[in-house]
Design a protein around this ligand. Structure first.
Ligand code: NAD
Length: 259
């Protein structure tokens, strides 16, 4: 089958693990040149890029940049040199009641999960305009549309990135550029997977029960989404069929937000 993204350059923030890595792999599989990113600059990060380049027969590089810092966010896009597809994915979590929520955690979550997307988008849009084509794909969350207690910063940042997505779409509405947010429910990433045994132990359940009754409590399908499904959704948003899809959210949440 013909690869649909040959000649396009994709920058995926926070892509040395989890959803970002899955999305990067899906874009590379379609022939896109991919820039991977995280805040570390280890041999393993560069090896990941080299392996992906070999696997998908495309160009993959790794650029270290800390998405909690405005200048790093902007430098990432500048160093990439081109950015036809921008996937704002980097994110962290902290869980605590509002009156106990550490200020430093609030600031870090707002910076990484939301403000980074403003800075990368600001530098990427002129590149997209010059190239005459662009796609902004923001990885929000079901928590960009609904709330849970104890996740104040995360829910605020994810609602914020949904708002930023709409503004980006309106400012580019007459151009061949779209901006959308993917809102995943629970996705089976290494981080989530590692929580299953502890959750089972804590509630005195089998791992299967802990998955269904605790972790996937709010996900009616009682199944995790996969990083491949999020990657497939991003590829769809980059396709010609999605040309008139802009400023919206696509939930990949097993029915969570239908409740
Ligand atoms: P993850 O921890 O596996 O991946 C997060 C990525 O962000 C990693 O590559 C990490 O290195 C990177 N990162 C963290 N801090 C960074 C920083 N300061 N600068 C640059 N990179 C940084 O988690 P994930 O589950 O893959 O999450 C990815 C995104 O998907 C996040 O925005 C998260 O909120 C969102 N999300 C995840 C789920 C889920 O169930 N896993 C559900 C909805 C939304």
């Amino acid at each position: 089958m013909e690869k649909s993204l040959v000649g396009k350059t994709a920058v995926v923030t926070g892509s040395n693990s989890g959803i970002g890595l899955g999305v990067a792999r899906s874009l590379a599989a379609q022939g896109a040149t991919v820039v991977l990113n995280s805040y570390t600059d280890d041999d393993a990060d560069h090896a990941l890029a080299a392996d992906m380049a070999r696997e998908f027969d495309t160009t993959v590089t790794y650029i270290a940049a800390d998405m909690s810092k405005a200048d790093d966010c902007r430098a990432l896009i500048e160093k990439a040199g081109a950015c036809d597809i921008l996937v704002n994915n980097a994110g962290i979590q902290h869980v605590a009641p509002i009156d106990e929520f550490p200020t430093a955690k609030w600031d870090a979550i707002i910076a990484i999960n939301m403000s980074s997307a403003f800075h990368t988008t600001a530098v990427a849009l002129p590149m997209m305009r010059a190239a005459g084509w662009g796609r902004v794909v923001n990885i929000a969350s079901a928590h960009g549309l609904t709330a849970s207690p104890y996740k104040s910063a995360y829910v605020a940042a994810k609602h914020g990135i949904v708002g930023l997505t709409k503004v980006t779409a309106l400012e580019t509405a007459k151009e061949p550029i779209t901006a959308n947010a993917i809102c995943p429910g629970y996705v089976l990433t290494p981080l989530v997977e590692s929580q299953i045994p502890d959750t089972a132990k804590k509630y005195g359940m089998t791992e299967e029960e802990a998955k269904e009754k605790v972790i996937l409590e709010r996900q009616p399908s009682k199944a995790f989404a996969t990083v491949e499904q999020i990657g497939g959704t991003a590829v769809f948003l980059c396709s010609d069929s999605a040309e008139q899809i802009t400023g919206t959210t696509i939930s990949v949440d097993g029915g969570w937000t239908a409740l």
